[in-house]
Ligand binder design. Structure first.
Ligand SMILES: *[C@@H]1O[C@H](CO)[C@@H](O)[C@H](O)[C@H]1NC(C)=O
Ligand SMILES: *[C@@H]1O[C@H](CO)[C@@H](O)[C@H](O)[C@H]1NC(C)=O
Length: 260
């Protein structure tokens, strides 16, 4: 008799526990994602630690064009998005649709140990002038004005970095060649964009459509070998595509970045 009532008590307990965990699992899989289509120059939308910016910062350099961006997925650490664009005219970068990390920012570089990341992306065509890159900024104070910009290009699509020196063919001349970092070989370019110093790491050849690694070694390379002080603050960490001209759909199926 005692045993029987114990079992009766147990049954509702077990079933309510499994209902609870099923509910929690379902919540993870259907995490609400704001899929608002961004069309305006400064439109943005947020997902957890990330913000997606359409960022048509120099659209006035184009004769005409438009660009739309949209989050497609978010699971708590990985975000997916698409950017569809068409830009004609002008020789300057028009836009930088990007995902910005909002957690762990405004720390001194010396306080950072790693910046793990993954990025899987594709683009509908290479008949454009664009790049796909991480874009980091440092400053002398938290949230202060930009002193250094550090770019890590996963693709240079008929495009080139800012450089203090160009060869007779008009191509940027690297300041260091054949740097081995994160399993790839890079050339480093440096130049001033009128506001801040820009350091750009470009692959010596090819494109990375699927990157998994650490971005911090690019910063520590510049601390150890160039003029970036480890007392500088990381004020901004973004990844996206800079577009000069062309028509394409850029698709990131998965992107993550963290600062440790
Ligand atoms: C776009 O930028 C280029 C290079 O700076 C400049 O020569 C051109 O006048 C600009 N066009 C417009 C429409 O602003
Ligand atoms: C960089 O590496 C390439 C390929 O191995 C080689 O041909 C080239 O000479 C190297 N450049 C320098 C400056 O070491």
């Amino acid at each position: 008799m005692f045993f029987f009532s114990f079992l009766l008590l147990l049954i509702p307990l077990v079933s309510s526990t499994s209902r609870h965990s099923m509910h929690r699992m379902r919540k993870v899989h259907t995490r609400a994602v704001d899929t608002t289509l961004l069309t305006g120059q400064w439109d943005s939308v947020h997902a957890g630690q990330y913000s997606l910016f359409n960022d048509l910062w120099d659209e006035k350099n184009a004769t005409w064009g438009s660009q739309e961006s949209q989050i497609t997925s978010f699971d708590g650490s990985n975000i997916g998005w698409t950017t569809t664009y068409t830009w004609t005219g002008g020789s300057q970068v028009k836009t930088f649709a990007n995902v910005q990390l909002n957690n762990g920012i405004n720390q001194q570089l010396s306080a950072i140990s790693s910046m793990p990341t993954n990025w899987q992306w594709t683009q509908s065509t290479n008949e454009v002038v664009a790049d796909v890159a991480y874009d980091l900024f440092t400053s002398g104070s938290p949230g202060g004005s930009n002193v250094n910009e550090i770019m890590v290009w996963l693709a240079s699509i008929n495009s080139g970095p800012i450089s203090a020196e160009y060869n007779a063919e008009g191509q940027a001349v690297p300041i260091v060649t054949n740097i081995s970092l994160e399993g790839y070989t890079w050339d480093l370019y440096s130049g001033f964009n009128g506001v801040n110093q820009v350091y750009s790491f470009l692959l010596t050849s090819g494109v990375i459509n699927s990157f998994s690694g650490d971005i911090y070694p690019f910063l520590s390379y510049l601390i150890d070998n160039k003029d970036i002080s480890s007392t500088q603050y990381l004020t901004c960490a973004q990844g996206g595509t800079e577009v000069i001209s062309g028509t394409a759909q850029f698709t990131t199926s998965s992107y993550s970045l963290a600062v440790n």
